[in-house]
Design a protein around this ligand. Sequence first.
Ligand SMILES: [Zn+2]
Length: 255
Amino acid sequence: MIDTHAHLESTHYNIDREAVIKRSFDNGVEKIINIGTSLQGSYESIDLANSYKNIFASVGIFPEEQKKIDNDFKKKFEDLARMKKVVAIGECGLDYVIFKKEKTFEHQKELFRFQLEIAQKLNLPVIIHGRDSYSDIFEIVKSFTFSERSGVIHCYLENWETAQKFLDLGFNISFTGAITYKKKEEVSEVIKKMPLDRMMVETDCPYLTPQVFRGQRNEPMYVKYVIEKIAEIRNLSFEEVEKATNENAIKLFEI
Ligand SMILES: [Zn+2]
């Protein structure tokens, strides 16, 4: 299994980070992509990736996590993105739910465009976060030309029409433990209809713990519950979904 989206640098793991990582690898997780959400978090992600052979880093700034988009920030970001073991840019994107009080979303858009430019320049895939913002994300993303490795729409919970638009642009779609929660008919339809060779799985840990352990902290080995749910919806075996999602992650991130 490959957890394509973890936040193990988070303070939630300060007391037992090593143990969490060890039991992930002991329980069938083969590789983990650790995701930056700020300059500091991206730096910590790279640090973690340098300590473990099968952890890789993504460098990214979450919407509104960087107030000043000046040359100093841009240089720091690009320097980080060029470091060893960095396999993607993100998570980046637009969040109109958490930041709905902001007067305008222009700042988020500028930060997002900048990260897409770096992804294009360094030929890295992008990991995109969106909430109530997919039509703007689509408009921005389609103005860029990516090579084959465009990226992934992470933690997908929207409808099939939106999914199709991003699939057409060459994006993969990734699912978290949130698909195990109740009333997820829309996303079930996406899981049923989308091509298996474009699907990935993730935990987004420490968040979005699958239903069985909901309320507790999430961790990479629980990615198996995401695979299990997809297998159930698609009427496939666990192994078939595991194999496909592994292959898709290896291909996208070149890991
Ligand atoms: Zn995340």
